[in-house]
Design a protein. Sequence first.
Length: 422
Amino acid sequence: MSFVCTICTLPFTGNGTKHALISTYCGHLIGKSCIEKWKNNKPIDKFSCPICCTKLEEKSYHPIYNFPDEFLNLTITSSEIQLPSKVTTKCLPINDQKDEGKLIKKNVKNIYWSTCTIATFNKCRKDVIEFCLGFEEGDLYHVIINLYFEILRERILIQESEKIYSICFLDKDKIAYSIGCGKVFVSNTFNSFNKIQWEIIDNFEKYNIKNLQKLTKHIFFGNVNGKLYAFEEHKSTKNGVLFFYYEDKYVTNYYIDQINGSIFIFCNEKKNLENGIMKSKLFIYQNVANILLKFYEEEIDILYKSYIPKGIPINYISLGVYFKSTFFVLNDTGYSCVYFFILNLEKNSIEVIIYSLNSTRYKKLLIYLNEFFENLNECIDIHVLNNPKIYLTRIIKIPICLFFKDKIVKFNFFSTIPEKYI
């Protein structure tokens, strides 16, 4: 059982310290420095509990004494995990406040140096943190960590002779990955010798297959030279089928929402690609995935080629060419909305787009990261970790992970939940 501050999500510290355990009169547990900062930023007549909004007086909170030490000395969060190399060891900072990091050294086996090309988490598992790393030399690295950031398994799962471009989990213990030109394999994480090649190389011999994403455990999609293809396990030919393509547009990124059966596709106009920055449009195709699942194997080819849903474009957004953004769909508030997290290189920030699937309206927020990073050019990926938390005050906390070439940085994004119609 663990206790962390509701505001900053960090563990409490001992009595008399900066982040000591404090209780409000309404019974909520908060760190001392957090409640004082909250109070100082409010007029005295507007001071209220940050959890339940109960009105508080200036001294309507008190310290809790004689609290067991085992509940205070916790290593709950980490703000940075170093990727494996032969010259570094893994370190887990347990405090993400600037200049106050504490390191816990973890001894791991040395691994020869190779550039990491892709990272992906297993979202089918909630009991552990499981992810795979792909490397330029062809190694696929498999890591499992428990919720206290103790390493349970780390090993090279697969060794290929070509660069790994993309990895996705199809099931709890099943992955798909692409290598070289036009090759896609499916393997079990517990038995790497049982891998199957799904894709015939002749079809895409000149192009790489990137950004693999799961529709079901038998169907996944991939980006092939700006075109979106679908790959199916039970097809006799194993050839990818063209799903989305416009002659003047280039698919840079896409997402599949399995709950709502929607596909979100980022496209840029080919003529706008300049100096590593592009202008991109978002197309949202609703109910596509649900329709695909209703068709039998012999009919699905016709469906892919003939079904052209009407996309909903929104304004152009400046994106980095090599950056992979992320999103998640919120369905727990009586309506559905989508949170997109996109890198904005021009403003050195992360752009958050909140899109309502009910009203097709949207709004934008900016997370400025100038204080933490001089530039974000080396950021290659971003992920939403676990399920976001929603508080009674309609505040949502979303854990975000930024992947760089040599490190992983974690932070929490807080926002109010938008009204039903943005």
